[in-house]
Design a protein around this ligand. Structure first.
Ligand SMILES: Nc1ncnc2c1ncn2[C@@H]1O[C@H](COP(=O)(O)OP(=O)(O)O)[C@@H](O)[C@H]1O
Ligand SMILES: N[C@@H](CCC(=O)OP(=O)(O)O)C(=O)O
Length: 392
């Protein structure tokens, strides 16, 4: 895709997901919600809505908005206080948005999501239908993680990845990630030698880019989570623009601002994409190499005979990771057995399982129709992948 075309895509995208970070909604002095910043963002988004575009806003800032009313000095670091601050702040945040959008005649609807809502098939479908209905009714959905009930194990923690999953979920034409920094740079922007990267067309454009320093006092994840979010969205064919919230109008117009991530994958039906990028896995099925090859190369269903070990305490229908003997995750899928039942049949053929336990047991462990093979095998235990059942 040429640069000009990519730019045009952002200017013409009809259904857009806009994510705004805490750093863009708060005042630098005290980290508390800044109504003027909220107003400036709403001015731009309401204009886009009035121009016929469908807007889904993923807004951080609940914890920041709770700082003042709770008399806290700064953003809390411990989970219970974060949950309390989010509980107080989320209502205030949405009240601001409701008032501002109302001035332009647009109703807003709050959607608080947990990891389960975008990882479990039934909840995913349910969330999809809710978004569809809201958009059909002309509502601007305002999304945040349900921080008040999220725990360390089952938490996105940052809204960047959540926004990418929401962009997939609603089949967005483009995803905008608004932050306090105007683009991705080759190094932390405080380094005078850091240069803006205007287009990322693939992984090679990211080689040598340093995002190790985290960002603002109130934000989470810095640029690292934005790049990960961009990977998720672009692999589903959705272009991503990272820039500062103050550039929102220019970004929505398709002007040359920020960093554009061009699609790397084709637009596909989203039925299984959530599985690929789900942070939550209910358990791990350790496979022998024969089973890995069958699943990855022949796109076959996974049979119990190819499983050497079952880890976790999952129920039928939950997402599990399929782990190769070298520890990489080769695929993810919805498991066809409860963990304890699966332990009884691993290493056996389907016929043997049927003979021993009855015809109900004659089934594959993970059917290929509910499995995604990962194009980039992942380490079995990335930080976010540690939410194994048993801790839940
Ligand atoms: N290579 C880089 N290019 C741009 N920003 C970077 C880079 N590395 C780290 N950062 C930091 O990432 C921050 C944005 O992330 P974050 O504070 O989490 O924002 P938000 O709250 O908008 O999600 C920037 O303010 C900047 O300090
Ligand atoms: N869900 C949290 C946001 C987490 C967070 O800080 O995200 P971000 O500012 O986007 O890096 C909140 O509303 O406070």
């Amino acid at each position: 895709m040429t640069d000009g075309r990519a730019a045009q895509l952002f200017g013409t995208a009809r259904r857009i997901v806009v994510k705004v970070g805490s750093s863009s909604l708060t005042s630098e002095a005290d980290g508390q919600l800044d109504p003027d910043r909220v107003q400036a963002l709403v001015d731009t988004l309401a204009a886009a809505r009035s121009g016929g575009r469908e807007v889904v806003l993923v807004s951080s800032g609940a914890i920041a908005a709770g700082i003042g009313p709770l008399g806290l000095k700064q953003r809390p670091n411990d989970l219970p206080t974060q949950q309390a601050a989010a509980s107080v702040g989320q209502g205030l945040l949405v009240a601001h948005y409701t008032r501002r959008f109302h001035e332009y005649g647009w109703p807003v609807g709050q959607i608080l999501l947990t990891v389960d809502d975008v990882t479990r098939q039934k909840q995913y479908r349910n969330a999809y239908r809710t978004f569809q209905k809201l958009l059909q009714l002309g509502v601007v959905p305002i999304v945040n993680e349900n921080d008040t009930v999220a725990t360390h194990e089952i938490r996105f923690g940052d809204n960047d990845r959540l926004a990418a999953l929401v962009a997939q979920l609603v089949h967005a034409d483009a995803l905008f990630l608004f932050s306090d920094v105007d683009a991705l740079y080759t190094d932390h922007p405080s380094n005078p030698d850091a240069r803006r990267i205007s287009v990322v067309a693939g992984e090679s454009d990211l080689s040598g880019v340093d995002t190790s320093r985290t960002g603002s006092r109130v934000g989470t994840g810095g640029m690292t989570t934005k790049i990960e979010a961009a990977r998720i969205a672009t692999s589903a064919g959705i272009p991503v623009l990272v820039t500062a919230a103050r550039n929102a109008e220019a970004a929505l117009n398709g002007d040359d601002v920020g960093t554009r991530f061009t699609p790397t994958g084709k637009r596909r039906p989203t039925r299984l994409l959530w599985l690929q990028h789900a942070s939550y896995t209910a358990g791990y099925l350790h496979l022998d190499w024969g089973a890995v090859r069958a699943v990855v190369e022949r796109k076959a269903s996974l049979l119990p005979i190819g499983i050497t070990r079952v880890e976790g305490d999952f129920s039928t229908g939950e997402p599990v990771s399929l782990v190769a003997p070298d520890g990489s995750v080769a695929a993810r899928g919805l498991v066809n057995f409860d963990a304890d039942d699966l332990r009884r049949v691993i290493g056996h053929s389907i016929a043997e399982a049927g003979e021993e336990f009855g015809p109900d047991w004659e089934r594959v462990a993970v059917h290929r129709d509910v499995m995604v093979v990962l194009s980039r095998p992942r380490s079995a235990r990335p930080v976010k992948d540690s939410a194994v059942a048993g801790q839940r």
